[in-house]
Design a protein around this ligand. Sequence first.
Ligand SMILES: *Cc1c(COP(=O)(O)O)cnc(C)c1O
Length: 387
Amino acid sequence: MNEDLSFILNHLGEDREQGYNAVVPPIVQSGNFTYATVAEMRNTVQHELDRPLYTRGYNPTVAMVRKKIAALEHAEDALMFSSGSAAIAAAVLSFVKTGDHIVCVNKPYSWTKKLLVELLARFGVDHTFVDGTDAENFRKAIRPNTTFIITESPNSLTFELQDLKAVAGIAKEHGIITLCDNSYNSPLFQNPIDLGIHMAAHSATKYLNGHSDVVAGVLAGSAVHMRQVMSRELMTLGAAPSPHDAWLLMRGLRTLELRVNRSADSAEVVSRFLEAHPKVKRVLWPGLESHPQHALAKEQMKRVAGLMTIELDAPDEAAVERFCDNLPSFLMAVSWGGYESLQWPVCALKGPNGYYTDLPFSMVRLYVGLEDPQLLIRDLQNALTRM
Ligand SMILES: *Cc1c(COP(=O)(O)O)cnc(C)c1O
C-alpha cells in the first residue's frame, strides 16, 4: 500500500468534526445554506465558489471529492461535474473562442468528437484530428490560431498512445492549453499533469466510482484554470453533480487502489490467454509486447488498465454474434470500470444512428472486472469454441 495514496482515499479533506464526528461523512443533500446575519450572508456571497451558498457552486460533500481528486492528479485544484463529458466540454469551452482552432488526437471518446464536429463547429471553432502515435503530427497541425490540444492516451477503443511529455512540450512552445482524458488509467497509473499537460479529465463513471451506479466527471488542473472553468462554464452550463453522487463517488474511491490493480492483474492474464488463441487475430492492449507502443506505455504509464479490444478471426458477423451471445460472464453493455466484466461488440454499434462505422466488424471490446480471471478465461474459451 502506498501511504500517501491510502491517506488521500480514506481521510484527506473529510473534516469529520464538521459532521458530528461520524466516521462516514454525511451527505449534505441541501441545495442552499442559511445565515444568521446579513453580514454573514454578504460575506458568503463574495466567496460563493469557496463557501456553502448554493450547491451548484459549492457543496461540502462535493468539496471533499474535489480535494481527493486534486491530490490524486497532483494538481492544485479539481472540479466535479455531473458527467465526464460535461467535464471535458467545460474544459474545452473555457479556452476557445470563435476563430480558434483545436488539435485533437484521432478517435477520441465519441462525445468529445461530437463536441468538436457538431457543437463547436457551429460557433466557428475549427479542429484537426491527428494520428497521435507521432507527437510531431501535433506540431504539424498547429496553426497561428490554435489555442487548445486534446489528448486521450490511450484511447478506450483502439488503444493508441500519445507521448504526453512531447505533446505538452510542443504545446508550451506555442502557448497552447492542453487537456488529457485520463479515464483509462485512473490517476493511479498515469498523471498527465506530471508530464506537463495542463488539465486531466476523467469520466468518474468508470474506475473512480467503480460500481456502475453513478455517472460523473472530474477535471484537475491549476487553481487559476479551475477557477476560470468553475466561474464560467460550470456555473453557467450548470452540469454540477448531486451531493449524493459525490458521496457515492467518495465511497467508490475507498477501494480504488484494490480495484484497479485487480482489474489490471486480471487483464494481464486474460490478454495473454487471448493472444495465444488461434481464433483471436489481434489483442489491442498496451501491456502486451506485441502492442506497437508497448515501450512508450512502459515509460509513461505505471501499469496498463483492464480494458482491451480483440479482433476475432471470424468469417462473418454471425460468428461474432455466436461468440458474444455465448459469453455470459462478460455482461453485454456500454461503459466500463465497474466491478463487472463487460463486452461491447463493435458490430452492435454500427448503423445510421450508431458509432464507429470504420472499424472491423469482428472487434469486441472487453473490460476485465473483479471476477476470478480463471472464470473469465473458461468462458472465453467456451465462446471461442462455439464461434
Ligand atoms: C465514458 C468516457 C467518457 C465520458 O464520460 P461520461 O461520464 O460517460 O460522460 C469520456 N472519456 C472516456 C475515455 C470514457 O470512457
